[in-house]
Design a protein around this ligand. Structure first.
Ligand code: NDP
Ligand code: GDR
Length: 371
């Protein structure tokens, strides 16, 4: 019998990679998507199976983490062996603008899933994976951060995820459920949302190289993150649910990099060498050399400026994960390092904007996008 998985947040970056992985492993995959006034399934369109056909293994259900009746009904109908709770308002900066909604979806949403499993008598059948985050560590207490490092959340998002973390631990201990946290450090990919810093940079670099944009405005360039590839990280999620004992795991590369260096590495992919001048909010990035004849960009052009509107009221300065437990107990090892990740992301965005440039040159309207 094929195993049944339910993935919340299936239309997001991780949901798309995880659904793909689970389908390849032979699972029947149910995904929860939100109703939206525009199509929101772009990341999973390649996995689509016509529901009118026989033996469909990928099915979508409308739902929302703020609606417990909806979650109870979907879990009852699908009777999942594994639930991956990936749905969340996942943007740290936006959570300062929408703190109450974030608490509801990211914090109480997790409780709704766990409680649905309990109410339906599925505590010994349905394993629950909770998408916990390195944002829990927040204000630096120690580095590298491991499963034993104390938490100090620094945003409404992280505080909501702290509740979700502990309610998952509590349901495991109170009801003997297989309910676990993956404490994942930042992971990126060509499918990353456009307003997270890495994708904002790689898109900006591609557009600047193509002459479609002049400059990228960024916030804190000193922040340091432990960046991995989402494809590697969804493997870890699956491994965590295949263990005999339910335990929480840190998933990270163990290497940290400042945002400024991510910018440098991304520009280097299109042959542009940058130098940074000035400090903090007056810092700028200037083209020092352009070594790729395909891209005509003038030396001395200012392509990066800091705009303090992207600063957060409270920042997480430094994240470096200690992946020892996941490496030894799960046997997990990432295939991508940061340079391979940057290469793939920039190449993807260059392709994307080559198409956009062709459209523009043919007289078609190219839309602006809000950040
Ligand atoms: P994304 O923002 O790409 O995807 C989030 C998903 O959640 C989308 O499918 C979104 O739907 C859905 N969603 C948002 N709010 C609701 C809601 N109220 N009800 C139902 N669905 C909702 O995030 P990622 O894929 O990057 O991350 C997946 C999870 O992992 C998130 O919980 C995130 O907080 C967590 N995480 C991510 C890390 C990372 O570096 N990527 C690191 C650590 C944790 P829609 O498409 O309609 O917006
Ligand atoms: P993060 O990711 O907050 O770590 O959360 P993000 O890419 O948004 O920020 C990383 C760092 O870059 C700095 N930064 C900017 N960030 C954005 N978005 N835009 C900018 O212009 C900019 N300039 C500098 C930020 O201040 C920050 O320090 C991600 C999300 O996926 C969460 O859901 C997840 O839990 C954590 O990673 C682990």
């Amino acid at each position: 019998m094929a195993k049944v998985a339910l993935v919340t947040g299936v239309t997001g970056q991780d949901g798309a990679y995880l659904a793909d992985l689970l389908l390849k492993k032979g699972y029947i995959v149910h995904g929860i998507k939100r109703r939206s006034s525009l199509f929101n399934t772009e990341r999973i369109d390649h996995l689509y199976q016509d529901p009118h056909e026989q033996n469909v293994r990928f099915k979508l259900h409308y739902g929302d983490l703020t609606d417990s009746t909806n979650l109870i009904r979907i879990i009852q109908e699908t009777q999942p062996d594994e639930i991956y709770n990936l749905a969340a308002m996942s943007h740290v900066h936006v959570s300062f603008e929408t703190p109450e909604y974030t608490a509801n979806a990211d914090g109480i949403g997790t409780l709704r899933i766990l409680e649905a499993v309990r109410l339906l008598g599925l505590t010994q059948k349905s394993k629950v994976y909770q998408a916990s985050t390195s944002e829990l560590y927040g204000l630096v207490q120690e580095v590298p951060q491991s499963e034993k490092t104390p938490f100090y959340p620094r945003s409404p998002y992280a505080v909501a995820k702290l509740y979700a973390y502990w309610i998952t631990v509590n349901y495991r201990e109170a009801y003997n459920m297989f309910a676990v946290n993956g404490i994942l450090f930042n992971h990126e990919s060509p499918l990353r949302g456009e307003t997270f810093v890495t994708r904002k940079i790689t898109r900006g670099v591609a557009k600047i190289a193509m002459g479609l944009q002049d400059k990228i405005y960024l916030g804190n360039l000193d922040a340091q993150r432990d960046w991995g590839h989402a494809k590697d990280y969804v493997e870890a999620m699956w491994l965590i649910l295949q263990q005999e004992k339910p335990e929480d795991y840190v998933i990270a590369t163990g290497v940290t990099t400042p945002v400024r260096d991510f910018v440098r590495m991304s520009f280097a992919e299109v042959g542009i060498e940058l130098e940074f001048k000035g400090k903090a909010e007056n810092e700028v990035g200037i083209v020092k050399a352009c070594n790729d004849p395909e891209y005509q960009i003038e030396i001395g052009k200012e392509v990066i400026s800091v705009d303090i509107k992207y600063y957060r009221p409270t920042e997480v300065d430094l994240l470096i994960g200690d992946p020892t437990k996941s490496q030894t107990q799960l046997g997990w090892k990432p295939k991508y390092d940061l340079s391979a990740l940057v290469k793939e992301m920039v190449a993807n965005d260059v392709e994307l904007f080559k198409k956009e440039k062709l459209l523009q040159q043919s007289g078609y309207y190219v839309r602006n996008q809000f950040e």
